[in-house]
Design a protein around this ligand. Structure first.
Ligand code: FAD
Length: 440
């Protein structure tokens, strides 16, 4: 006998929208709490920055999105879209048909998705969840602050947390930083290069945001000193010939005269340290009596990154894994949550889930992976994880062309950071993608 629940979804970014669709398709009654006044989460660009540009002051004015003005996707649209609602170019003057479109096009795609599947009716805008906790009767109490400041509550059978990963900056620990007189900014609060014109910038981290931002700073900043853990590669040698860019291993210390000392012995007088150092998981509203903790950025224990064994299936998380193709992943994770809640899909016992998590942690440890990489899937793990979810949910497997396209783009990207968005193409894989889309 199917069982339908009243489910609270927290957040109306891509994860919350896709979850709302999967849950409602399954027959559940859904309410999506969204503190913003529109859907889209990360993809709602704001030119404003937070009152603390480093993003560490707990009382700072907050901006959810980390987008910068010129951002284009770093994944081809064919890969990005939800599997049964492909992100194909749409007609219209204000649409961006490029394969790696601007952030505004992604927001429009999410709005198209919400219209197509009637998701707007589930969303309560301007409601910030300030507390989510279990009642004695096994139900979930959700307290939310409305736009007029009033706090109200409602009771649900289950809660799906979809609050995103990119709003709580993580900053590098730098010896001597307290007395260093320069300016510090986190990439969360980077919007365009103007603020850095003519300045000597030390940029820490050279992952997705760090690479894009450093390219924008070339020709604007006076000097760019990129701090990157990885050993020198051909790429670095090629980038280093650009006159105002240099690469360094780590920062040794910073001093009160404004200098930054690197481990390679270089010393520079810098104006700004720009932290492109990622984010921390942050669930300030969640009360689980210690059943879920965030320890060195490991959210756990969670069975397959979604269900805490002690609180499943009432509490679940959609969208925790990173270095993934997010939207198709949300689709599968939330299909699983929806199916488990309706009893279409059985979960293992609490003991079996805990044993699975324990074995997973032991594997990570044996591979020398620190806790903060627990939810990192990457190009190779993502298909395996998605296929596990697809099999569990009775969904079609993760397509081979997706796997190959992801790896192809990834390999092309690093040596072609400046141009890959316009140059990358693989006719055969693109053809396979559109063949697949024609069946939807
Ligand atoms: P979010 O989009 O962050 O949505 C979370 C929502 O929860 C927000 O609307 C927020 O207001 C709401 N919320 C938070 N707390 C509360 C609360 N207490 N109460 C009520 N509401 C709350 N992905 C790609 O696929 N392709 C890309 O090219 C790409 N580029 C990216 C570039 C950058 C700089 C960043 C930061 C991310 C990028 N991503 C990209 C990943 C992107 O985060 C995902 O695509 C996706 O948007 C994440 O969706 P989400 O729903 O998990 O989180």
């Amino acid at each position: 006998m199917p069982h339908f629940s009243r489910v609270a979804v927290i957040g109306a970014g891509a994860g919350g929208l896709v979850s709302a669709r999967e849950l409602s398709r399954e027959g559940h009654h859904v309410v999506v709490f969204e503190r913003n006044t529109q859907i889209g989460g990360t993809w709602v660009y704001s030119p404003k920055i937070e009152s603390d540009p480093l993003g560490v002051d707990p009382d700072r004015t907050r901006i959810h999105s980390s987008l910068f003005k010129s951002l284009r996707t770093n994944i081809p649209r064919e890969l990005m879209g939800v599997r049964d609602f492909p992100f194909v170019p749409r007609e219209g003057e204000d649409r961006d048909p490029r394969r790696f479109p601007s952030h505004t096009e992604v927001l429009k795609y999410l709005e198209d998705f919400a219209n197509e599947f009637g998701v707007y009716k589930f969303v309560r805008f301007g409601t910030e969840v300030v507390f989510a906790g279990l009642e004695e009767n096994g139900k979930w109490r959700i307290e939310f602050r409305c736009e007029n400041g009033d706090v109200d509550y409602e009771i649900f059978d289950a809660v799906v947390v979809c609050v995103g990963l990119y709003s709580q900056p993580r900053v590098a620990e730098i010896p001597g930083i307290d007395r260093w007189p320069g300016e510090q900014v986190h990439s969360h609060n980077y919007r365009d290069p103007e603020r850095f014109r003519g300045k000597v910038v030390v940029l820490i981290g050279y992952s997705s945001s760090g690479t894009d931002i450093s390219l924008e700073l070339i020709g604007v900043a006076k000097e760019i000193h990129i701090v990157w853990r990885s050993p020198k590669t051909e790429l670095l040698d090629r980038e280093s010939v650009i006159s105002n860019v240099s690469f360094h291993p780590m920062i040794e210390s910073v001093c009160k005269d404004g200098t930054v000392v690197f481990q390679d012995g270089c010393v520079v007088l810098a104006d700004v340290i720009l932290h492109c150092t990622g984010y921390n998981y942050h669930f300030p509203f969640l009360e689980t009596n210690g059943n879920v903790t965030v320890d060195d950025n490991r959210v756990g224990p969670l069975y397959k990154h979604v269900f805490p064994p002690a609180l499943a299936p009432g509490l679940s998380f959609v969208g925790l894994p990173f270095k993934v193709i997010p939207f198709p992943l949300f689709e599968l994770q939330s299909n699983w949550v929806a199916g488990v809640l309706s009893k279409r899909i059985a979960l293992p016992s609490k003991e079996e889930m805990l044993a699975d998590v324990k074995a997973f942690y032991e594997d990570l440890e044996a591979l020398g992976k620190p806790k903060h990489r627990t939810h990192l899937l990457g190009d190779y793990m993502m298909p395996t994880y998605c296929n596990w979810l697809a099999t569990t949910c009775g969904c079609p497997p993760y397509e081979e062309w997706r796997k190959k396209m992801n790896i192809s783009v990834h390999l092309y990207r690093m040596p072609n950071l400046k141009t890959y968005r316009d140059d990358w193409h693989d006719d055969e894989l693109i053809h396979q993608a559109y063949e697949e889309f024609s069946k939807v």
